[in-house]
Design a protein around this ligand. Sequence first.
Ligand SMILES: Nc1ncnc2c1ncn2[C@@H]1O[C@H](COP(=O)(O)OP(=O)(O)OP(=O)(O)O)[C@@H](O)[C@H]1O
Ligand SMILES: [Mg+2]
Length: 361
Amino acid sequence: MNSFVSASAVTVSAGQDAQEVVRLIDVRRQFGSTAALDGISLTVPKGEILGIIGRSGAGKSTLIRCLNGLERPDSGEIYIEGHSIGRLDEKALQPLRRRVGMIFQHFNLLSAKTVEDNVALPLKIAGIGKVERLRRAHELLDLVGLAAKARSYPSSLSGGQKQRVGIARALAARPALLLSDEATSALDPETTRSILALLKDINQKLGLTIVLITHEMEVVRSIADRVAVIDAGRIVEEGKVWSVFANPQATITRSLLSGIRPKLPDHIAARLSPATGAAAILSIDLAGPEAEGSLFADLSAALPHSFRLVHGGIDHIQNQPVARFFIAVGVRDATLQGKVQHFLEARGARVEVLGYDTDHV
Ligand SMILES: Nc1ncnc2c1ncn2[C@@H]1O[C@H](COP(=O)(O)OP(=O)(O)OP(=O)(O)O)[C@@H](O)[C@H]1O
Ligand SMILES: [Mg+2]
C-alpha cells in the first residue's frame, strides 16, 4: 500500500521498479550563475545506505533538500517510491514529507518540549491522537535506547542523546527514506560510532533506505553500501564503497579519500625525484582475495631480493580486503622494475611509479 499521495496528484512512471526508493533523472537547480545541481541522475534501491561526498559547495545539501521537497529543481524528475514529486504543490507535498525523515547536524529539537513530545511532534502534525502518538514515541525511544529520557528536556541531554532523539523523531511517521545531512559532524568519534551503529541497526531491522551526506570519509567507510561523489553539481564517480575506496578514479575522489588511505610517509615523499635514483618507489592498489593472499611472498619467490616493503596495509571494507602498499624496487638491474610491475599487474594490482629514491634496496 502506498498512502502518501492521492492518485490524482502524482504520476507513476511506467517501468519504475517498486524496490527503488529514489530515482533522479537529470535534476538541475541553478542559483544565479551557480549550477548547484547540474544534471544529477541517481537511483537508490530499497534498503541501501548511500553516502554522498563532495567538497564544500558541491551541491550535496541542495540535492538532499530536493529529496524532501524543501527545494524545487528547475528541471528533471524526482521519484520517491515511484511517485514523481517535482511538480507537486505544497499541499500535495505534505504526505510525501512523511515518507521522508531527516536528521540534522544540530539536531533541531524544540527545547521547550520534552523528548517524547519532540518525537511525537510529526505525528501530532499528521493528526494522530495523543495516546497513539505517545505509544509510538515510546516505542521509538526504546529503539534508540532512550526510553528512560522520555520526560526529560533536550537541554539535559548529551549531543549523542540529542541525535538519538532526532533519529526517533525522523522515524515517527514510518518513513521509507531517511536523509542525513552531516548528522554526526558535531559529535566526538566515539559518539559518532554509536550513532552510526544505530543507523545501521535501523537500516537492517526496518529495511530503511538511507541517504547520508558527510565530509567524514570514515562514516561512509563504516556504514554505506554505495558512495556517490559530487563535484560542481555533477556526479563524478559512483560505486560500491569498497570498490571506490580501493580504486578512486576522479581527482576529487582521490583528494577526499587521501586522509583515510595509506600514503607515502612525508620524509620519504620529500626524497623522491623524477630522475632515476637507486630505487623506484611504487604504489600498489589491490582489492579482493588477492589483496590478502600471498602476493608479496610470490613476488619474492619469483624475483628474489627485488623489492623492499616501505609502507601500507590491508583494510577491510564491506568485508572486502582492500590493500594499498608502497614498495621500493632496486634499479641496478634496468629490467627489474618492469618485471616487478608486470608481475603485480598480472595479479590484478594497479601499480604507479611515484618517483625515485636515493636509498638502495
Ligand atoms: N538558497 C541559495 N541561494 C543561493 N545560492 C545557493 C543557495 N543554496 C545553495 N547555494 C549555492 O549552491 C552551491 C551548492 O550549495 P550546497 O549547500 O548544496 O553545497 P554543499 O555541498 O552542501 O556544501 P557544504 O559541504 O559546505 O555544506 C553553493 O555554491 C551555494 O553557495
Ligand atoms: Mg551542505
